[in-house]
Design a protein around this ligand. Structure first.
Ligand code: PEP
Ligand code: MN
Length: 354
C-alpha cells in the first residue's frame, strides 16, 4: 500500500504518519518528490485491514500496490534513483558504460584495456576475479591476485571497478577491493547471498538469471533492497530461449518495461546475450537506443588469448566505434529529440556521468 501525502502536508505530518505505521508493525519507505511525498508501507496489506489510514493527518490518498516488489517499484519511489559510484553517476538521466575483460588475466592486458576503454568514454572498469564456469576444469579466475590487479588499475586510471561476488565466503575479500559488486546470472536466486549483500554498503549490479522472468528478477532485486541497501543496478544479460542463434536472447523492450516498473537504473549486457563478437555492438546500441542507463560490456585486445568469453569480447577498436555511435545517439537525444518531441522522456545528461 502507498500513502500519497497532500501537497501541503508538513514534515511533522510525514513523521507522525510514519511513526503510526511503524507502531502498527510495518516498515515504511519514504520518497520525497519535488511536490509530493509518498509513504510506502512494506508488509502484508491484510495486517492493515481496518486501520484508519485515510484519516491520518496529511494523507491525501491510499493506494494499493499490486506488485510484490515494493521497494523496487516505481509506485513506492516515483522519481528515478541516481547512484553515485565514486563520482560516476548512473540513473536519472545519467548514463554510464562499464567495460573491461570477462576475467582478469594479466595486469598488462587489464591496464591496456582500462586505458583504452576510458579514452573511448567508459566510466567504470569490469573484470572477473571469481568466475562462474560451467566446467569445473575451466579457468576459475585469479581470485585475490585478480582483485589486486583491479585495484591497481583503479589507482592508475581512477575508474571505479566492478567485479563478481560468487559466494558468501568471499564477501570480506571482495568488499575490500571493489566499488560495485556484480551478482551474476547463476546467483540471481541465491537468496542467502542477496540478503547478505543487501545489508552491506556497496552498490550492486544484479543480472537476471539464465531462465528468469522479469518478475523473478525484480523479486531478487527486492531481496537486496529489503536488507536496507538502496543502490542496485538492474542488468539484462538475456535468457536462454528456444533460439540458439545467439548465446542468449535479450529483449530490449524490457529496458523501458523495467524503467516503468522501477526507479532503479537499468543496463544491458550485450556481451553475454549475443555471445558472438560480431553481434555485440548492434545489441549494445539497440539497448542504449531503447533508453538503457548504461551497458556492461566485455573488451579484450587478444580475444583468442582471453581466459574466458573470448568469442564475445570486442576488440578495443570495435568498442571505440560503438562508443562513437552511442555518443551520437546521446547527442541526438539531447538536442534533436528535445526539439522535436519537447518534454517527452529522454536522457538528460552526457555519457560520462560525472
Ligand atoms: C560475466 O559477467 O562474465 C558473467 C559470467 O556474466 P553472467 O552472470 O551474465 O553469465
Ligand atoms: Mn563473461
Amino acid at each position: 500500500m502507498i500513502l500519497v501525502m497532500s501537497n501541503n502536508a508538513t514534515e511533522a505530518d510525514i513523521d507522525s504518519v510514519a511513526k503510526q505505521i511503524k507502531e502498527w508493525g510495518h516498515d515504511v519507505s519514504i520518497s520525497k518528490g519535488e511536490i509530493q511525498t509518498i509513504i510506502g508501507i512494506i508488509g502484508d496489506k491484510q495486517d492493515l485491514a481496518g486501520k484508519p489510514l485515510h484519516t491520518l493527518a496529511g494523507v491525501e490518498k491510499v493506494l494499493e500496490v499490486s506488485a510484490p516488489y515494493k521497494k523496487a517499484s516505481r509506485a513506492f519511489h516515483p522519481e528515478d534513483s541516481t547512484l553515485d559510484i565514486a563520482g560516476v553517476k548512473i540513473g536519472g538521466g545519467h548514463k554510464s558504460i562499464i567495460a573491461g575483460p570477462c576475467s582478469v588475466d594479466s595486469y598488462e592486458n587489464l591496464i591496456n584495456i582500462a586505458k583504452s576503454v576510458q579514452k573511448a568514454g567508459a566510466t567504470m572498469l569490469r573484470g572477473g576475479a571469481f568466475k562462474p564456469r560451467t566446467s569445473p576444469y575451466s579457468f576459475q579466475g585469479k581470485g585475490k591476485e585478480g582483485l589486486e590487479m583491479l585495484a591497481e588499475a583503479r589507482r592508475e586510471t581512477g575508474l571505479p571497478i566492478v567485479t563478481e561476488l560468487m559466494s558468501e565466503k568471499d564477501i570480506d575479500l571482495v568488499y575490500q577491493y571493489t566499488d560495485v559488486i556484480q551478482i551474476g546470472a547463476r546467483n540471481m536466486q541465491n537468496f542467502a547471498l542477496l540478503k547478505e549483500i543487501g545489508k552491506l554498503g556497496k552498490p550492486v549490479i544484479l543480472k537476471n538469471g539464465i531462465a528468469s522472468t522479469v518478475k523473478e528478477h525484480l523479486m531478487s532485486v527486492e531481496y537486496v533492497l529489503s536488507g536496507g541497501l538502496q543502490e542496485v543496478i538492474i542488468a539484462l544479460r538475456g535468457v536462454r530461449s528456444y533460439e540458439t542463434a545467439m548465446r542468449n536472447t535479450l529483449d530490449v523492450a524490457l529496458v523501458p518495461y523495467l524503467q516503468k516498473e522501477t526507479h532503479l537504473p537499468v543496463i544491458v549486457d550485450p556481451s553475454h546475450s549475443a555471445g558472438k563478437r560480431e553481434f555485440v555492438s548492434a545489441l549494445g546500441f539497440a539497448g542504449m537506443a531503447a533508453g538503457a542507463d548504461g551497458m556492461i560490456i566485455e573488451v579484450h585486445p587478444c580475444p583468442s588469448c582471453a581466459l574466458s568469453d573470448g568469442d564475445q569480447a570486442l576488440l578495443p577498436e570495435d568498442f571505440d566505434y560503438l562508443m562513437e555511435k552511442i555518443k551520437v545517439l546521446d547527442a541526438w537525444n539531447q538536442k534533436e529529440w528535445k526539439e522535436k518531441f519537447g518534454s517527452k522522456k529522454t536522457s538528460d545528461s552526457f555519457l560520462g556521468g560525472k
